[in-house]
Design a protein around this ligand. Structure first.
Ligand code: URA
Length: 455
């Protein structure tokens, strides 16, 4: 085989075989195929797309470049969850303890945040002492004892993905459905769970800005997992505005704890319950509705909160900060953003809110950057709320006062107001399983608006 011929085949719209994809992905990961040839191939995929078979084969070729976690020593069906990214998305901190409290088994590997999106590992590290780098024996012992544990994803899983993503990132080929689906699913398949629930976000803060694209991505990822013998489903959830009111690591832990104690913002509670119910359903705990009722009980009877505390304790975290969240890292500077005139909030651009939070120190521009655990934003007004002139729309938190000005500028750009409230966006648009998307809300108006605002 010659890489030149394979690039030309894809450029002309040909369907790659598994052997060809193994040659390309294995060769690139091992350094035999240079960046320029791989970049050309990835761009050819961007223009020519891939069939479901090719996308599944590409994913398996990526998995084959590294190790696969073997979770078989743990009891029962292991359940994983993955979000395609968001701002203020702390659902994992709520959903995993709920699932464990209902008898599910979660041995999860997670990533760190980058750019405007947050990462579960960073949020957990806002709990002083919490260790995310456990060896296999300690990881398994924690899962056996608590029903859940979360560690940072090993570099040894699907190493092709990191190299391919870095190249896509600098050559304009990130936003391709087969490339996103294979990138995410290669890491998920290598992580070893039996059941995977995908949270495919859509809206201004998500990779997918439009509902039909989110449904296509969800179907592609569900098909890859099913082809690999996993139990799969996906929910398409809203990420047009941040979930809940808190954005930033320690602030999000505090908000997750509020929900686990039976309170917290309604949108966050609703999405978390839907995700937990679907995870339990995939692992064979009964129909989704019955699983949802059990999940609700786990929030009201305190058993889910106890699971978060048990996980934190098993991983070295200071549980006292969960019992009293005022002990979580607190920022030295807290500055309100005031509403300039009477108006309904019509839009809060999640991506820009994520960038404002990053400007405050809560996120990283590039892998390895240090982050300020206390930095972030508390949103006091959300889309649909009415704000009077002088009302505080949000509080910006940081330990570095010099960051405030830029964050205020970005935040100002993220908020739009109007004379009438905006149409209410559903929290969950659809559910995808076995190749079918079931609508869970009416989104015709939003689709029409997406078409009207087309690029
Ligand atoms: N997240 C990933 O892991 N990969 C992508 O390509 C996009 C989002």
């Amino acid at each position: 085989m010659r890489m030149y011929d394979l690039i030309v085949k894809k450029k002309r719209g040909g369907e790659m075989t598994r052997a060809e994809l193994d040659y390309i992905v294995g060769g690139f990961t091992a350094g035999r195929i240079p960046d320029e040839q791989m970049a050309a191939f990835l761009m050819a995929v961007w223009f020519r797309d891939m069939t479901a078979q090719e996308t599944a084969d590409l994913t398996l070729a990526m998995v084959a470049t590294g190790e696969c976690a073997d979770l078989s020593a743990l009891p029962g069906q292991k359940i994983d969850k993955h979000s395609t990214g968001g701002v203020g998305d702390k659902t994992t901190l709520i959903v995993l303890p709920v699932v464990a409290a209902c008898g599910g088994v979660v041995a999860k590997m997670s990533g760190r945040g980058l750019g405007h999106t947050g990462g579960t590992i960073d949020k957990l590290e806002a709990i002083p002492g919490f260790r995310v780098a456990l060896g296999e024996a300690e990881f398994f012992a924690a899962v056996k004892r608590c029903g859940l544990a979360v560690i940072s994803q090993s570099e040894k899983l699907a190493p092709a993905d990191k190299k391919m993503y870095a190249l896509r990132d600098v050559t304009g080929s990130v936003d391709s459905i087969p490339l996103i689906a294979s990138s995410i699913m290669s890491k998920k398949l290598a992580s070893g769970a039996d059941c995977i629930l995908l949270d495919v976000t859509v809206g201004s803060g998500a990779f997918m800005k439009r509902i039909p694209d989110a449904v296509r991505l969800a179907k592609a990822m569900v098909a890859i997992g099913e082809a690999a013998g996993k139990k799969m489903a996906a929910l398409i959830t809203d990420m047009d505005a941040p979930v809940g009111r808190a954005v930033g690591n320690a602030l999000e832990v505090a908000e997750a704890v509020e929900v686990l104690k039976g309170g917290g913002p309604d949108d966050l509670r609703e999405v978390s319950l839907a995700l937990a119910a679907n995870m339990l359903y995939l692992a064979g705990h009964g129909p989704v509705e019955a699983c949802r009722r059990r999940a609700e009980e786990a929030l009201t009877d305190g058993s889910a909160f106890k699971k978060l505390c048990a996980m934190a304790e098993a991983q070295g975290g200071d549980v006292s900060v969960l019992n009293d969240t005022e002990k979580l890292p607190l920022a030295a500077c807290n500055c309100g953003v005031v509403c300039p005139e009477d108006a309904y909030i019509t839009h809060l651009d999640a991506e820009k809110i994520g960038l404002a939070s990053m400007a405050l120190g809560a996120g990283r521009e590039k892998a390895g950057d240090a982050i300020d655990m206390a930095a972030g934003i508390t949103l006091l007004k959300k889309p649909g709320d009415f704000a009077k002139k002088g009302d505080v729309l949000a509080v910006l938190h940081t330990n570095d006062e010099t960051r405030l000005k830029e964050a205020q500028r970005i935040f100002g750009d993220a908020v739009r107001g109007g004379d009438t409230p905006p149409p209410k966006r559903p929290l969950i648009f659809a559910r995808v399983e076995k190749g079918k998307a079931e609508r869970l809300a009416d989104w015709d108006d939003i689709l029409a608006k997406e078409r009207g605002e087309g690029t």
